[in-house]
Design a protein around this ligand. Structure first.
Ligand code: SAM
Ligand code: SF4
Length: 363
């Protein structure tokens, strides 16, 4: 029998294991143990990291993210207000989320983004708040983000050649992005992580130049395998991370290093004597599903338990229909129990499992 759905309640695993279809909730003694139960999925993974996409709009058109023909956009009334996003975020934090990344689309194009960042950073229980941006507006916003309580920044940077950068992203603004990177770094929003999606024949000739940035700068340069988008295969552009690693090994002496941010999907390396680090992110060739600790919330309030999931839990509509805090927590708990063990890409499930453009999920 449900004792409380509005207090911090938790689902009784015993009932589930006994195939009891009734939801059994218990009042919590507010100990860490119950938080673990709430956010531990059916495969024993503890979920403590939330990525919030605050908009599906973007001021770039990266070829691997937004197809040339464009992508369907959310209507303004479909997007949750900051107060609605904050209500869901606070509930998720009360259940055990402690690390939050704000993303998009391009998060810095949404009005009053600094207000939202500040409110998220203020939530009791949040240990880390970071932001992923394409960097176009970073020079302008870096100080405000720092003041708002953002601790770390990831910047997409696929090329150091202004012309190639423009051809990949659709905008000639590499210098502007670079100014933002330097500003963020000087403010201590560190480590600044530079994310490069490697595409064979497009920017793979810059792997070494991008990696050399770590010789002098304390950046983490992260090479990301191209993921299929909107059901289309990455095909001939795909370069597996083992090949990227071989190229890096040829550049200089490099050792594996542990990262302080151990929950991320990157494998880390460092060139001897370098100021920064190298990260390799292999969602396709060495998927990191067994260690996945993530949830994603889209700008229209859909909770995704896997980047490639076909299923979403519509928290936004529930909230607008007057759901109580307990109702929302129960939906979250159900979603976590159904979090897939691994994504379907390796099984040829691309068409089935991607239901939104990357710009609407947040990467
Ligand atoms: N606009 C911001 C940016 O570009 O950093 C945040 C959103 S973007 C969707 C988040 C991340 O997803 C970026 O690092 C981007 O490189 C990555 N991404 C987008 N599409 C991708 C794809 N097809 N394969 C691999 N990474 C992708
Ligand atoms: Fe925009 Fe980021 Fe997608 Fe590029 S990767 S189009 S910057 S959302």
């Amino acid at each position: 029998m449900p004792l409380s759905l509005d207090g911090l309640a938790y689902y009784d695993e015993t009932a589930r294991l006994n195939h009891d279809r009734r939801m059994v909730w218990r009042l919590p003694p507010h100990s860490g143990m119950e938080m673990d139960n709430l956010m531990t999925d059916a495969h024993g993974r503890r979920v403590d990291y939330l990525r919030i996409s605050i908009t599906d709009r973007c001021n770039l058109r990266c070829q691997y993210c937004m197809p040339a023909q464009g992508v369907p956009k959310l209507r303004h009334d479909e997007m949750l207000s900051y107060e609605e996003l904050l209500r869901i975020t606070r509930l998720l934090v009360s259940m055990g989320i402690s690390k939050i990344r704000i993303t998009g689309g391009e998060p810095l194009v949404r009005k009053d983004v600094l207000y939202f960042c500040g409110e998220v950073a203020r939530i009791a229980g949040v240990k880390s708040v970071s932001l992923t941006t394409n960097g176009v507006l970073l020079d302008h916003f870096a100080d405000g983000l720092h003041r708002a309580g953002i601790q770390r920044i990831n910047v997409s940077l696929d090329s150091l050649d202004p012309r190639k950068y423009a051809s990949i992203t659709g905008k000639d603004c590499l210098n502007q992005v670079w100014r933002g990177v330097l500003r963020a770094s000087s403010l201590g929003l560190s480590p600044v992580k530079l994310n490069s999606v490697v595409m064979r024949g497009v920017n793979d000739d810059e792997i070494e130049d991008l990696a050399r940035l770590t010789f002098q700068h304390p950046f983490h340069v992260r090479f990301i395998e191209l993921m299929p988008m909107n059901g289309s295969e990455a095909g001939r552009l795909f370069m597996p991370s083992d090949e990227i690693l071989e190229r890096l090994v040829a550049l200089g002496r490099m050792s594996p290093v542990n990262s302080n941010h151990s929950n991320g999907p990157a494998r880390h390396f460092q060139f001897h004597g370098a100021a920064g680090k190298i990260g390799i992110i292999s969602p396709i060739s060495h998927h990191f599903c067994p260690a996945c600790n993530r949830l994603r919330l889209t700008a229209d309030g859909k909770l995704r338990t896997c980047l490639f999931a076909a299923q979403e839990t519509d928290l936004g509509s529930s909230l607008r229909q007057g759901a109580s805090d307990g109702d929302i927590r129960r939906k979250v708990r159900e979603a976590i129990l159904a979090k897939p063990e691994k994504h379907l890409l390796a099984l040829g499930g691309v068409r089935k499992c991607i239901s939104r453009p990357m710009s609407a999920i947040g990467g």
